[in-house]
Design a protein around this ligand. Structure first.
Ligand SMILES: [Zn+2]
Length: 447
């Protein structure tokens, strides 16, 4: 068994429950996994510790200069698989191990990071660690409570941490670039027969609350042609939104929640609420999606004699990943003779947060049957290891002296904010784009 496969088995045993993998943020099992990682990284000679927000940070190489951060997360959703987040962290450690065995010495710091609470499954505070890492003020989130009424602050204290120094976790000004390996969590790579996803962008989106108001009435006495049934409006909207999103382009629309009021079996629904989740990596498509929702709600409301409303609950912008890192990942995949495909990430990741502050890239490996957030989540051992080898090559290129790699340039904003380091190709080198195909999932095979 490879070191990576062994480590994946080890971390799978850190669970809040005996009968499933559940590692909620700040739970004893999660903190145990964090401490295990500190031990593993220390054994590799890295300077490892846990920051004020619960991020495990393990530093390799020179003490100064803009670091290449490589990581993901160790927390999980309830009844999770073994790979979401964990693979990215363990592959980063395995890549360091591989590079050390090759005698490679990084020319700039390489930080292996496991971010705290990416999932947000316990407190409803996703991306907590990466947001603290980039300096977002998370004091207000400390009061968020889990299903048992335990706050983040309580959970931190119980795990032996002090919640009042969150600001100390901000270290983005010492980071020049970010790289994350993750399972795809969707079916695109497997369907295309690809081993590696070269991620070009991370989808943004919005969650909207759509409402229809009609008139409640007796199920037996109001004739069918005299009704103003709000749930019929909702049902028609669900189908119309699905059909509109099927129209092509990078746009996904999902109704995940529906409520009818008053909710009696013998009462015509006078009110209906839907949650509408819109996702795309293309800002124009997101705008189009919002327009589509507005138009459909308006049309159906008028046809059904209802009042329609659309309210925005949350929204987040998509993120284009860094071209130089994308090219570096594509070259690394080609060097491993991997079948690589350009993809867009439909899910959010720590890279979405870190990548707004510094140039970022992501590597995907296939998810069997596209399943994730489920015990059946799986990627073959060979594909996991191939992903790790591609990651190791990319680290070597980005943190080493390879003329193929990008240089991390300490170009600082004059605004005094956390500086935004930028990548530029080293002088005299050319960024090879041959391995990179179109960004919409069309065949972009490399190697
Ligand atoms: Zn994840």
């Amino acid at each position: 068994m490879s070191g990576l496969a062994h480590d994946l088995r080890t971390v799978a045993r850190f669970s809040d429950r005996d009968d499933q993998i559940t590692r909620l943020a700040w739970s004893p099992a999660h903190v145990e996994a964090m401490r295990w990682m500190v031990g593993e990284a220390t054994a590799l000679g890295l300077d490892a510790g846990i920051d004020a927000a619960g991020n495990v940070v393990a530093r390799w190489g020179p003490a100064t200069g803009p670091a290449l951060a490589v990581g993901s997360h160790l927390d999980s959703v309830p009844d999770a698989g073994r790979l979401d987040g964990v693979l990215g962290v363990l592959a980063a450690l395995a890549a360091v191990r591989r590079l050390q065995a090759q005698g490679f010495t990084p020319r700039r710091p390489v930080w292996v990071i496991a971010f705290m609470d990416e999932e947000g499954a316990r407190f409803g505070t996703p991306l907590f660690g990466s947001r603290a890492f980039v300096g977002e003020d998370l004091e207000p989130s400390l009061a968020a409570v889990d299903a048992d009424g335990v706050s983040i602050a309580d959970a931190m204290r119980k795990a032996g941490f002090t919640p009042d120094r969150l600001g100390d976790a901000c270290a983005i000004d010492r980071v020049g670039a970010y790289l994350e390996l993750h399972i795809e969590q969707g079916p695109v790579l497997e369907k295309a027969g690809a081993d590696i996803g070269v991620v070009r962008a991370i989808s943004g989106g919005a969650v909207l609350a759509v409402g229809f108001t009609g008139h409640a009435g007796h199920a037996g006495t109001v004739p069918m042609d005299m009704r103003r049934d709000a749930l019929v409006g909702g049902a028609r909207a669900i189908v119309a939104l699905r059909d509109a999103a099927l129209g092509g382009g990078d746009l996904r629309i999902t109704v995940g929640r529906i409520a009818a009021h008053p909710g009696g079996t013998n009462v015509i629904p006078g009110g209906c609420e839907l949650s509408v989740d819109i996702r795309s990596a293309d800002p124009d498509a997101l705008d189009r999606g919002r327009d589509v929702v507005g138009r459909i709600v308006e049309r159906i409301a008028s046809e059904e004699g209802l009042q329609g409303s659309v309210r925005t609950l949350t929204e987040f912008a998509p993120l284009q990943l860094d071209e130089t890192i994308i090219a570096t990942v594509a070259r690394a995949a080609a060097a491993e003779s991997a079948v690589a495909l350009d993809v867009v990430s439909g899910a959010g990741h720590d890279a979405l947060v870190i990548g707004r502050a510094v140039p970022a890239g992501m590597i995907f490996v296939p998810s069997r049957n596209g399943i994730s957030h489920h015990p059946e989540e799986a990627t073959s051992a060979d594909q996991c290891e191939l992903g790790e080898r591609v990651l190791a090559r990319a680290i070597r290129a980005l943190a080493g002296q390879d003329t193929n790699g990008g240089e991390i340039d300490e170009r600082r904003d004059s605004g005094g904010q956390a500086g935004r380091a930028a990548f530029r190709p080293p002088a005299g080198s050319r960024v090879h784009r041959g391995a990179v195909g179109p960004g919409d999932g069309a065949a972009g095979a490399a190697g």
